[in-house]
Design a protein around this ligand. Structure first.
Ligand code: PMP
Ligand code: GLN
Length: 380
């Protein structure tokens, strides 16, 4: 694991603290989630929920996840056998890869990719086969090349690791794109492992489409999500994986030796949050959509070339030819007291991402405004 060093999020958050900067790097909200959820957690802590929960998760949370999957995506998962609660989406992703990949097996993933993917693939001794998401000329979004996607599949392909809505680009994969991926999964007998932690954070009236809802995909998909983003509790690390029993039991087999169980008193609280219904979720989406607009307008006014983000907590900007995002982000706090994240660290083909950096907009409006004010003072 030596090449993996310290994560960019840890490095940039430490830099923000050291320089007293506004942290638009690491994606975490600066306000709390629903009070009903926080009260339920406090109640659970005070009322004897502090010992090991059952391996797959507490029954009320598995029931709530099952109801959520049905309500939003029309997917049926049996709480007994087709759902496992994990230590965040991160553990679910790691456990899925470790469960399904032998050394030398290949994992197709879209770069830039969330940093834990490369590390989990390496832990399994598997091999990444990246497909590049490239900003289009108009700045209206990121797209992949279908020929490159097909070429990434081969006889050793075990998994496709798919993240939509996508961090760091804010891309929301379309039904056409997902159909292409699904067809290749079937042709090459690959399993789709889907990171859907931003499932509810989709803007501009677009729809999130879980690939498990496409024809014949439920049986070959491990669908992963987490409470962190939807309910503004990234520090709780309560996630889950859903899928057919054969795949979910494999995830559970690995999970039991990674953490065994996790977050005992927080699990019933997340069940309460999931039960709050669509008005809560719609409110979170609307608030974040307006924050996206606020930050994007501010970045444009500060002279940045903003690439369209249609989902997540994040937006990327293109610094232009010759720019290097890493050195830019390392010096930005000193220059103006704002932290961003260079996206080139999420690429195998680093040249593709050298000019791009990411800002998080999951912050209070006054914090976003102050960040923009500082960025506008930059000499360009
Ligand atoms: N996947 C993506 C794309 C993310 O942005 C994050 C950020 N937290 C995670 C996974 C990790 O989720 P969790 O905190 O639930 O482990
Ligand atoms: N998901 C968050 C981000 O992308 C950070 C998670 C982490 O720090 N590992 O910024």
């Amino acid at each position: 694991m030596q090449p993996f060093g310290t994560t960019i999020f840890a490095e940039m958050s430490a830099l923000a603290v050291r320089t007293g900067s506004i942290n638009l790097g690491q994606g975490f909200p600066d306000t709390d989630g629903p009070p009903e959820m926080l009260d339920a957690a406090a109640h659970a802590l005070r009322n004897g929920r502090n010992q090991y929960p059952p391996g797959p998760g507490v029954p009320e949370l598995r029931a709530a996840i099952s109801a959520h999957q049905k309500e939003y995506w029309g997917l049926d998962y049996d709480p007994d056998g087709e759902i496992v609660v994990t230590a965040g989406a991160t553990e679910a992703i790691a456990a899925a890869i470790l469960a399904l990949c032998d050394a030398g097996d290949e994992v197709v993933c879209f770069e830039p990719y969330y940093d834990s993917y490369a590390a989990s693939i390496a832990l399994a001794g598997a091999v990444r086969r990246p497909v590049t998401l490239t900003p289009d000329e108009s700045g209206e979004g990121y797209a992949f090349d279908a020929t490159q996607l097909r070429a990434a599949f081969g006889p050793r392909t075990k998994l496709v690791l798919l993240n939509s809505p996508h961090n760091p680009t804010g891309k929301v994969f379309s039904r056409e794109e997902l159909t292409l991926i699904a067809e290749l999964c079937q042709e090459f007998d690959a399993v789709a492992v889907t990171d859907e932690v931003y499932e509810h954070l989709v803007y501009d009236g677009l729809a999130h489409i879980p690939i498990a809802t496409l024809p014949d995909m439920r049986e070959r998909t491990i669908q992963i999500s987490s409470a962190g983003k939807t309910f503004s509790c990234t520090g709780w690390k309560v996630g889950w994986a859903c899928g057919p029993a054969s795949l979910v039991s494999a995830v559970l087999r690995v999970k039991q030796f990674l953490t065994f169980v996790n977050a005992g008193p927080l699990q019933p609280a997340v069940a309460v949050a999931l039960g709050l219904g669509s008005s809560y979720v719609d409110g979170v989406r609307a608030a974040l959509e307006s924050k996206r607009d606020r930050l994007c307008a501010g970045l444009s006014s500060a002279g940045f070339r903003v690439l369209r983000s249609s989902g997540t907590y994040f937006v990327t900007v293109d610094l232009g030819s010759g720019a290097d995002g890493i050195s830019y982000c390392r010096s930005l706090p000193e220059r103006c007291g704002v932290v961003a994240v260079p996206t080139q660290v999420f690429y195998d083909n680093v040249d593709q991402g050298r000019r791009l950096i990411r800002f998080a907009f999951c912050k209070r409006d006054d914090v976003l405004d102050e960040a923009v004010r500082r960025l506008r003072l930059l000499e360009r």
